[in-house]
Design a protein. Sequence first.
Length: 535
Amino acid sequence: MAAPKQSRIDLSLYLVTDSTPAILGDKDIVHVVEQALQGGTTLVQYRDKHADTGVMIETANRLHAVTRQYGVPLLINDRLDVCQAVGAEGVHIGQDDMSCTSARAILGPSAIIGVTASSIQEAQKAIADGADYLGIGTTFATPTKTDTKSIIGTRGLQEILAACDTGTEKSIPCVAIGSINASNVQRVLHQSADGSNRLNGVAVVSAIVAAPNPKASSQQLSDLIRTTPETYYAAVPPSKLSSRTTNVPGLLSQVPSIIKTHFTSSVLCHNMTNTVVQNFVANVCLATGASPIMSEIAVEAPDLAKLGGSLIVNMGTATPEKVNSFIAGMRAYNAVGGPVLLDPVGGGATSHRRETVKKLLTAGFFSVIKGNEGEIGAVAGTSDVQQRGVDSGPSTATASDKGKLVQRLARREHCVVLMTGKTDYLSDGSRTVAISNGSHYLGSITGSGCALGAIVAGYLAVYRGDKFLAALAGILHYEIAAEMAEARGDCKGPGSFIPAFLDELHRLGRSVSEGDSSVSVESLARVKLLSVQAD
Ligand code: 3NM
């Protein structure tokens, strides 16, 4: 007797075949599938939109002989007749194919039936109709299938997974499809998660079928799917989660040693920033111990990413050409696990900037998103207030609203969110604090927010054990120095504040590094814990 259906479906690495020469080349599809199975593929779908029925049945028979050897089910795309002719384990049906209920009536209860869903409605209907799993997409635009309905990104996956409540018993397993490969599979698994609602795996075509060595590609994908993806993406690596600090005194006690590490690091701070603030930001980086480079040259990003620093993507003057550089830079840093900070300058000001934010969030992973209230609202999609230029404008939100906004956005994007203002709000989705250090002069000079982003990014590069704590240390270094500059007798206004601020950034870094007991960051910090939520 066959094993129960659910235990026969392991969706972790799902191979969908394609026999078009552009993808398959001159390889034999059956050989490709055998190699993929050797590399760890767990489910196979035979998909051929062009072959005649006779050829399909012959190929499906050969495929089935191989998949059976490996104990892996073979599903047939769309064609129930082919499935029945070869005795395959089931079918996968798209929204334009036969309905799930009709397919079930024909194939019976033991057949595996998967359904493609691009929206919450399609997903919920497929579950109600008795589908065994969902193929959700199109995740990213793909040359393999150009007649796809909508590109939903990881955010769209997340919304569908949440609506299907995949963590509950009544739901069914889900895979994502559409341009998924070794470079983005861990990100897709991580960014699409919504609490316990998670993908059960990914479906790929070209990442295996078009690969020169399908076995090696399958093996690589399988390893990436099975190894914990959180080490780079999570705010706190899983191994350190149990010792994560959740109280303010505990957090602050660690700040001086992080400031010392940063001040003595010369860590590379790679700025793709706007033309208005470059000089100031570079000087702030130097004063705090980082080594700035201001480069938007896409082709050099992979080399720079290997130097152990971090990247700042600052949308201040985001020309279309620069947006391409941002994406190239983000991908280069994501590839080596380097921190990337997004500063969505003026993110709510124009439709171009709102679109750019969406494009960037789809293209890669940001360790930190930092912005003023208008910008964070625009990224979260919660604010329809028209931003006037790059400044935030007066706030009507309460402290509690602001805390909840950053907490929700951090949870949604699986990153750290910093919302700046008179009081700053920082969250990693679990811990949320309000920080009320700083000087009013920071609001009277250009580039103060951009420079803070650069500093936070540098801190993330030198302290990788906890992104939230690293960001907190960077913010405190920056804002306490601003207070010290304002208090100086030679600071008479915004103009003289700037040199005093640079001096104090450097002096504070040096004092803390040398263990000068007259400067206590812990006692100068004004940090309030707003909430701690379970993961
Ligand atoms: N279905 P690749 S996208 C077969 O969105 C298929 O439903 C899709 O190919 C959908 O892994 C797709 O090469 C092709 O991008 C996926």
